[in-house]
Design a protein around this ligand. Structure first.
Ligand code: FES
Length: 648
């Protein structure tokens, strides 16, 4: 017959193709994922395949060496110059002549799954929006009035089937030089968002560009801005860095920034400028750290809360400061990166911003939802991203609910008398002996407990978020606090560690006065933690009410802070509902991971865009039951809810 059976592994896709069809064309026709950068011209070798010869009993096939055409001149030249691995053929050159089984090795798959080195690191599925295409553009002539861009666009349409290419001015400005430098052969970085928008020319490089393109995944928080520089061929992280959000000088928390914008003419613009500048310098730091040219960075993905979102985009956030908390836009955005301060990157670099869930529940929470995918599970997950505002998701494959809860910055060590950010010298763990009431603790940057001689005499600067949570919980366990949160209930007063200050008491963790710091937990600190934890618990309860459950199956603590909280202490405090301790896990920086997933894969973008539509938003501010839950949760661990797991 005139056609042949071809079976591709590992996909298992199969079909009949006309004899003489190149393997690459057969792969395209059968929907097999086989890469090609040079358009089948035997230059890039991305299309390499490993044909199998011999018996394939499973498929009832015997395949002889003549099932593929012999090596032609193009392939021979590639082999001579660059060397072809044993058993490999160029898929764009080798033609199918008989029934055959063809293996596509992982490095020839565009959408390959990359296996990470450490088990805890997530497998990134690669399907990036921007790819490099090697293309030869016809030279101009006196008889051909078409411009360089139009001839490039036609060549891309003819060789890669890309139609309707668009280019902005910055990349057009580079095109003529690059075409001539590459002697009419260039590599074009083209962004295909995959949502129906036309392909966009992002950058042009002379000749064949074999190096990867790069992208940035940025988690824009109200306090810090953290970013990763990621290679877009396999998703590896080449550099990670962070800086303080310069908007802090306009207001510590989001609401004070919203009021800054309300009270000051031009205030919103000022904050927009500040954060965009910071984005630019973060990009620069990451590129320098990774040793990557900024012009090779072609994309960015940004996740952030709604107020930061609006301020980044130059939208006045005042509507977010008052009910009904209307967003200017909640859908995912695909922008020119330079429009949000990410410059100079590749001239046409794009920026994708994840969709927002609601007026208080941002793209950062959407990124957590993308990373944790509660909708893919049977069991009921409570996912808590603890920051100045806690964002809470509750759901399983039936339904997913979301809300945010105003915890305030106490969990981050702010508004705590001896509080500080997590940094070397800060107390991060603490234990209190229930009999003697004596503390022992650990500080960041020291491997030993304070009662170990190896601890030495380091400078102890304060207590960070995880430290204050442990301190309050340990004080409760040791009986220094009563269930209402009062320090020094009768029997404790008078111990060396429990001193009176004015009309209240405080617990002394470390006292190096008069020369050094005196680190204490005051009654005010306890109240601040009680308010924060009640808000968090009440938000979670509200979602549980809505779901009609009084238990969850698992609790996931997300956020950089979540990674450091001890589940036991969180439960002693009543921050989270009662579950078996082993059902409490940390997802690390889930928002950052979600941003990286969206950077590496268009499929992830479509998935979260669809999922956000399905998430049911609960507004805590207008819900009377929130107040009830909040009041009941003020006690440690709780006034009414049984904490059975704790009793075990
Ligand atoms: Fe480039 Fe085959 S597609 S070498």
């Amino acid at each position: 017959s005139d056609d042949a059976l071809v079976i591709f592994t590992p996909s298992g896709k199969r079909g009949r193709v006309a004899k003489g069809t190149p393997v690459l064309a057969a792969a395209r026709a059968l929907g097999v994922d086989l890469d090609s950068v040079c358009g089948g011209r035997g230059i890039c070798s991305k299309c390499q395949v490993a044909p199998g010869y011999g018996e394939f009993p499973k498929h009832g096939l015997h395949v002889g060496e003549d099932a593929l055409s012999p090596i032609n001149a193009v392939e021979a030249r590639y082999d001579r110059i660059r060397g072809l691995k044993e058993g490999r053929r160029l898929g764009c050159q080798a033609c199918i002549q008989g029934d055959i089984v063809i293996d596509v090795p992982p490095e020839s798959q565009v959408h390959r799954q990359v296996i990470r080195k450490s088990a805890s690191e997530r497998v990134m599925e690669m399907d990036p929006a921007t790819r490099t295409l090697f293309i030869e553009v016809p030279e101009p002539s006196m008889h051909e009035p078409k411009g360089d861009f139009e001839r490039l666009s036609e060549a891309l349409a003819a060789q890669f089937g890309l139609t309707g290419l668009q280019a902005g001015l910055p990349v057009l400005a580079q095109l003529q030089k690059v075409l001539r430098k590459g002697h009419w052969q260039i590599s074009a970085a083209v962004n295909e968002a995959g949502n129906g928008t036309p392909p966009r020319l992002v950058a042009v490089y002379p000749g064949l560009r074999e190096a990867a393109l790069y992208g940035l995944a940025i988690d824009l928080g109200s306090t810090t801005i953290a970013g990763h520089l990621v290679a877009l061929d396999d998703g590896r992280v080449l550099a990670s860095s962070g800086l303080m959000n310069p908007q802090i000088r306009f207001g510590e928390d989001l609401m004070s920034r919203v009021s800054y914008a309300m009270m000051n003419e031009g205030g919103a613009e000022e904050m927009t400028r500040a954060v965009q500048e910071a984005m630019g310098s973060l990009a620069e730091t990451l590129a320098t750290e990774a040793g990557v040219e900024r012009g090779d960075i072609v994309e960015a993905v940004v996740v952030c809360n709604p107020v930061m979102h609006h301020l980044l985009l130059g939208i006045d956030p005042v509507e977010l400061g008052q009910a009904p908390f209307a967003l200017a836009t909640n859908e995912a955005l695909d922008l020119h990166a330079a429009d949000i301060g990410l410059a100079p990157l590749a001239p046409g670099a794009r920026a994708y911003i994840l969709p927002l869930i609601a007026g208080h529940v941002g793209a950062d929470c959407a990124a957590v939802a993308l990373c944790e995918a509660p909708e893919a599970r049977e069991d009921l997950s409570l996912i808590v991203d603890v920051g100045t505002n806690a964002e809470i998701l509750l759901g399983n494959k039936e339904r997913v609910l979301a809300c945010s809860s105003p915890t305030g910055p106490a969990f981050e060590g702010a508004q705590i008398s001896s509080g500080q950010r997590a940094a070397p010298g800060a107390i991060e763990r603490i234990e209190i002996d229930p009999t003697t009431k004596e503390p022992r603790f650990r500080i960041i940057g020291n491997d030993f407990w304070s009662d170990d001689p190896a601890f030495g005499t380091p400078t102890i600067t304060g207590i960070c978020g995880s430290g204050i949570i442990e301190a309050v919980a340990e004080m409760r366990i040791a009986g220094i606090l009563d269930p209402s949160g009062l320090i020094g209930s009768a029997e404790q007063v008078g111990t060396a560690r429990c001193c009176a200050t004015g009309r209240t008491h405080e617990y002394v963790i470390h006292d190096a006065s008069p020369d050094g710091p005196r680190i204490t937990v005051t009654q005010g600190d306890i109240r601040a933690i009680q308010l924060a934890k009640s808000a968090l618990y009440a938000g979670a309860r509200l979602l549980m009410d809505e779901m009609g459950v009084d238990k969850v199956d698992r609790v996931v603590l997300a956020g950089a802070f979540g990674a450091h909280i001890s589940p036991k202490h969180a439960m002693v405090l009543g921050m989270i509902p009662d579950v078996p301790l082993e059902a409490v896990t940390s997802a690390g920086n889930a928002a950052g991971t979600g941003a990286r997933m969206a950077l590496c894969s268009r499929k992830s973008r479509r998935a979260i865009e669809a999922q956000v539509q399905r998430i049911v938003k609960i507004e805590t501010a207008i819900e009377p039951r929130f107040q009830e839950h909040f009041v009941a949760a003020n006690a440690i661990p709780h006034a009414t809810a049984p904490f059975e797991e704790l009793a075990k």
